[in-house]
Ligand binder design. Structure first.
Ligand code: ZN
Length: 279
């Protein structure tokens, strides 16, 4: 092992936030080396360029909901490897590893909670769970969340964080796009507000379904939001893409999102929107 590898190992240089014990982390956007504890204090936002690092569902629950008000629903639904699918690894093993790493049964947490005393239905995706991919369980949990929101007449908030459809579930995964979109359509007819908080990344089949069907789309700064990734598009189109392509600012300029809100102001802004729409 080289001295550099040794040094990296000792000091966890360049290790992402998901690895416990990291001391420093490099900003993905501006390259600044940031002290992990300071970054955490700043809600995982780079103080140099405002890039919003990916955070986990527990962090969003603490950030957006009144303390102690979140209640999980359908937490125990879990995926089954019905195709006995295997790529470089067995899908069944991927599920097990993801469950152990996230302490969750699926790539989305759904439930209810309060925002400044107002009850909302909320779904928060988790990129650590097989890239936050949209499989049959994620689709089912979203449907059940929407059914509950309809029954209790609650506003709905979904926070996507996903690479897209879950390939290991083949066409069953793609069906979740139609299924969730239909449910959002029913919810919309009831005249209830659906807010989407687009985070880094929101891509693929998730963008092509429930993530882009909100009444209000809020994006975190500098989040990657798109269908196919920029590299794939660049290769297919054989041209240079504009600066900031598929980033929040670009989407705002082109009318695909309504506002960009910094994490520290998110709860207040959502509350403001709900007050305007519902009071
Ligand atoms: Zn930065």
């Amino acid at each position: 092992m080289s001295w550099l590898e040794n040094m990296k190992k000792r000091f966890h240089i360049g290790v992402r936030k998901e690895v416990p014990g990291s001391i420093w982390i490099k900003c993905e956007d501006c390259g600044t080396i940031l002290f992990n504890d300071k970054l955490k204090e700043n809600l995982w936002v780079c103080n140099s360029c405002d890039f919003h690092f990916r955070i986990i569902p527990d962090d969003y629950i603490r950030l957006l909901l009144d303390e102690g008000t979140f209640s999980d629903i359908n937490a125990n639904i879990h995926s089954i490897d019905f195709l006995k699918f295997r790529d470089v690894k067995k899908y069944a093993d991927r599920i097990k590893t993801a469950q152990n790493n996230t302490n969750s049964k699926s790539a989305i947490r759904t439930g209810t909670g309060m925002i400044f005393g107002r009850m909302v239905a909320i779904g928060i995706m988790d990129f650590r769970f097989i890239g936050g991919s949209l499989g049959s369980v994620v689709g089912e949990k979203i449907i059940r969340l929407i059914d509950m929101a309809l029954e209790k007449k609650l506003p709905l908030i979904i926070i996507p964080q996903s690479g897209g459809a879950r390939m290991q579930e083949s066409s069953i995964s793609l069906m979740q796009m139609a299924k969730t979109s239909a449910a959002i359509g029913q919810y919309s007819k009831a005249g209830l507000p659906y807010i989407v908080i687009l985070t880094n990344p929101t891509t693929g089949g998730v963008t092509a379904s429930f993530a882009m069907l909100g009444d209000i789309h809020i994006a975190e700064p500098k989040a990657l939001i798109g269908f196919a990734g920029p590299r794939v598009i660049k290769e297919a189109m054989k041209c240079e893409l504009p600066d900031g392509f598929q980033k929040s600012d670009f989407l705002l300029e082109h009318g695909f999102c309504d506002m960009i809100v910094s994490r520290k102001n998110m709860k207040r802004e959502i509350s403001k929107i709900l007050n305007i729409l519902l009071d």
